[in-house]
Design a protein. Sequence first.
Lengths: 984, 103
Amino acid sequence: MTQMNRLTGGLIDQSKPLNFSFDGTSYKGFAGDTLASALLANGVRLMGRSFKYHRPRGVVTAGSEEPNALVELRSGGRQEPNTRATVAELYDGFEANSQNRWPSLKHDMLAINDRFSNFLTAGFYYKTFMWPKAFWEKIYEPIIRNAAGLGSLTGEGDPDLYDKGFLHCDVLIIGAGPAGLMAALTAGRAGAQVVLADEDFRMGGRLNAETHHLGDMPGAEWAATAVAELASMDNVRLMTRSTVFGAYDHGVYGVLERVADHIATPAAGKPRQILWRVYSKRAILCAGSTERSIAFENNDRPGVMMAGAVRAYANRWAATPDQNIAIFTNNDDGHRTAADLIAKGVNVPAVIDIRPDAPKVVGAELLAGAQVIGSKGRLGLTEVTLRLASGEMRSISCGALAVSGGWNPNVHLTCHQRGRPKWNDALAAFVPGDDLPMGMTVAGAALGDLSTHGALAGGAKAAVAALGDLGMTAGIPILPKADDTPVKLTPFWHVAGKGRAWLDLQNDVTVKDVKLAHQENFVSVEHLKRYTTLGMATDQGKTSNMGALAVMAEMTGKSIPETGTTIFRPPYTPVSMGAMAGRAVGKEFHPTRLTPSHKWAAEQGAEFVEVGNWLRAQWFPRTGEDHWRQSVDREVTQTRNSVGICDVTTLGKIDVQGADAAEFLNKIYANAFAKLPVGKVRYGLMLREDGIAADDGTAARLAEDHFVVTTTTANAVTVYRNMEFARQCLWPDLDVQLISTTEAWAQYAVAGPNARKLLQKVVDAEFDLSNEAFPFMACGEITVCGGTRARLFRISFSGELAYEIAVPTRYGDGLIRALMAAGKEFDVTPYGTEALGVMRIEKGHAAGNELNGTTTALNLGLGRMVSTKKDCIGNVLSKRDGMNTEDALRLVGVRPVDAKDPVPAGSHLMAVTGPVDAGHDQGYVTSAAYSPTLGTAIGLAFVKGGAARMGERLRLANPLEGSEVLVEIVSAHFVDPEGEKLRG
Amino acid sequence: MIINHPLLGPRDAQEFTYLGDATLINRPYWLSENALRDFHDYLHLRDNPAGEHRELWFHEQGDRSWLVVTRNTVTHKISSVELACDVARANGRSTGREEAQVA
C-alpha cells in the first residue's frame, strides 16, 4: 500500500523504509516514524475502540498524553497492551494490533453499548447493578469483568531483562524543549553535573514540531546543535526515551528509560528498560504544555485531532490525517496549524474561529464567530456541521478537524508532593502553584511562558538560580532571537447542544455526564471525578480534566478557580511492572541465604525448605524411603538411639561485650543473668514491653564481659534491633557493645546418647568433655580438628545428651564432613528441620507456634521466670490483671485416646459433649507431629487452667475439615520428663 | 526521603527502619507508684501531629545507629537529625542505676 498521506520533508529519513503491520495488514513507514505517524501516512485513521461505548476512535495527539490510540504491541511473552501509538517508535518488522474490539476493529459487537448509552451514563454501576442482590456475583460481575479492560496479555513470562539504576546530579532538567535545552546549556557550561531527561526519542520538544526559527536556524536544527554541544560535555548526561514519571521526597525522581522498546528485541544481555532513581540537588521542570480540546457533538470521530498534533505530524513526521483539514479554534495558535498545513500543500477548507474578531487567514476561508456543532462519518470523519456567526448552518466536507482550545502547562510533577496549581486568568489555565516539591523550579511552557523566547529565557534564568542556590556561578547566555508573540485566546470549552460531546475520550465521559453528576449533587471536583470516572484512565485526564472543570464551573455558576482542581500523582505515564521489579524476579525475588552445610546437604540429596530467606535441609531421604515421614521418623529414632547432627546456623547469634554486659542482659531478658557463672549457658525469655513473650534463646557467658546470645531464626533481625534500641535509647551509658555474628559462625547440633563419643573424636584432646568437666549447660572456647578455633555449648533442644558446636563459617563445610566421618561408627544421621520439630514437640519445648505474639510467660508455663527483683523490658505490663487469671491458657500436651487418631494442628479444644463454638472454646493446638518415639500423634496445646487438668479428656474440633478427635491432656514433656538423658 | 545521618551524611531512607514517636526513649521507672499506668501511657498513647514530629529511625542497613529525626509529617521536610543516644542522655537517661535514686 502506498503512503497516500505522506508529505515531503520532516525529520524522518525517507531513504530508510520500514515494514510494519497493524491488525495483520502490512504497511510501510520510515525511520523516525511513530506507529501513529506511519498509520496516518498510510491513510489509517481508525486505531481503537473506546472503553465503555466501543466507539470507533483515532489518534488525537502526537505525544504521551494520547487518550485514544492505545494498541497492543508485539506477541508472545513480549506482548504489551495499552501502549500509545504516539510514542511507539517504528522499527522494521514492528507488529501492532488494535484492542478492546471483537471480532475486528471495524465490526465490534460491543459497539451495541453505544445504543444503550442512555443507560450507561455516569454512575450506572451504582444504579443498575444494585438488585437483585443475588445477581451480583453470578451474573453482573462476570459480565462486567469480561467487558472491562482494554488490552490483553498472553500470560507468558516476559523474556526481557529490566534494570535499576541510580544517578546523582546537581541539576536534573526534565524535558528537552527550548526551556530544558537552554537550562542544560546554561548549567552545563558552568560545570554543574547535569542530567537532562526527555521522554521523546529526539530532543527538542515543540521545536521539532514547529516551523519557527531561532536566530537564523530552523528550530529543530538549533535543537540538534544544542544537543550536540551538550553531548560533548562530560558533566552532562543526556537521557532520551526517558520519562521522569515521579517527583519524590527530597529531590529524588523516578525515571523510566526505554532502552530497547524501539528495537525488536534488546541486544544480548542488555535490558529492555531501566528504572532510574535520580538524586538531584535541584530540578528544573521544563515539561512543556498540553493542548486541550473544545467539546462538541460527536467530537470523538477518527480524524478529530488536536491542532498542535496535526501540525506536529505535518512538520516533524511529514504525515497528515487527510488532504482536507478544517481548523476549529478559540486562539491564535490554531491559525498556525492552518498556515503550516497550507505550506505543506494540504487543503484547508476553512478556519472556524469562535472569536468574531479572529485574525485574518491567508490561503483558507475564515469563518469568524462560527462554531462546529456536529460531525459525520461512522469510522472516520467525513463532514462537520457549523453554525455561522449569522446563525446560519453550513456543512464542510473534510477528513480531519484540527481543534485548539488553548494550552495547559504540564504541572503534573509539581503536584506529586500535593502541591496545588493556581489559576492564571490570562492563559485561562492552571499554572504551577507555590508549594513545589523541594528543590524544584519550573520554566518554559510548563510555567505558562508559552512563547519560544519565553521558554529560552525562562530556562536560562532557572538554571542560573538553581546553580546560585548550590554556590555555583553561571552566566545568562546570549539567547537566539525567537518568537515572542503573546497568546491571544478567548476561553471556550464546549459548544452548547443536546448530543453527546466528549470530554474524556479514554473513559467515555461526556459533557452530559458532568451535568448529570451536578444534578445528582456531586459538588466537589474530587467526587465528580470518582462518580463519572473522568480523568481516571491511564492518561490521568491530561487532555480532559480542564474541559470538565469548566463545565462543572458553568453548572455551579462559579469560576474555575473557585471550583478547584484535582491534582496529579505519579506516574506521569504508565510504568511497566517489569521495570518496577527490575532484576528481583523469579529466583532473585529475594536473596537466598545458604547454610554452611548446604553444599554437603545437597550432595546427600536433602530436601530443602525456605525459612525466611534461608534454605534449610528439611529431611535427608535415604534409598528406599519414598515418603517424607519415613525419613523423618528414621532421623528421630536414629538420633534418640545413637546420634544425629543438624545445622542450626540460622539461629540468630549476637555477641554482647563490655563491663556492663550482664547488667544489660538482665534488662532485656525476663529472667536474671547477672549471676550466671563464666562457662555456663542459660535459657532466656524476652518479653515485649506490653508483657507478651517475644523470643527465646540462650545466653552463654564466655567471659565476665562477654556473652553470646542466640535468638530464633525468625526473630534474629528484630531481636538485634530491639537490643540496639535498649542499648542506645534506654540505657546509653551502659558499657556494652553488640554485633550480629549470625553469619560469622557455622553451628551444628550434635544430639543423642553417642553425642559425646562422637565429639571426642573431633574436639582436640586437651578439652575434657566428661560430664563432670563439661556438664549440662556448660560452654567454652575450644579447638577442633587439630587447632581450629571453635565454641562448644552443652544445650539440648531435642532432650537428648546434646551439644552445639560452632566454628568460623569458612570451616562449616569442613566440620560437617568431619563430624559425619567421625560418626560413621555410631551410624550417625543428619537430621533436618522436620525431625528437629518432632523432637522439640516430644520434649515440650516452645517454638514460634507457641511464641505467637499473643502468649505470655505464664501461658508458656514460664511465669516464674519473670524476675520480680529487677527491671526488664515487659516486666511491668506482664503483671496486668487480665494476663494473670487462674484460668489463663497453659501449655500442655495432648494425645489421642485412640492411638491411631491424628492431632490436627490448629484444632480447638471443646468439652467431650456439647456445642462446638467460640463460646465453648477451651484452647487450641499450636504444634502437632507424629511421634515415632511414642508411636502416636501428639500435640502441644494451650488449654484454660492447663496444669490442673492432667488426664482430662477433651474433644479436638476442626469444624473447617469436619473432624473431631478425642484427646487426653498430658504433660507437654512426652519424652524423658525428668531430663535424665540430657544431663547424662 | 534522604536522612542526613549525623555521622555518615545524607543516606536514602530505604536504608532505615522506622519505629515511631521518639517519646519511646522516655521509658518510665518500673517501681514508681503508678508504674502500670505510666507504662500503659508510655506504650500506647501517642500524639499524631500533622506537622513536626520527632521520631525514631534505625539505620539497619548501615551503621546500626538509632536516630531521632525531626520530620514534618505533612511536607516530609526534615529539620534535624540527632543520634538517639545523645537525645536519651539529654533526657536524663544513663545506665538505669540513676532511676532508683531519682525515684
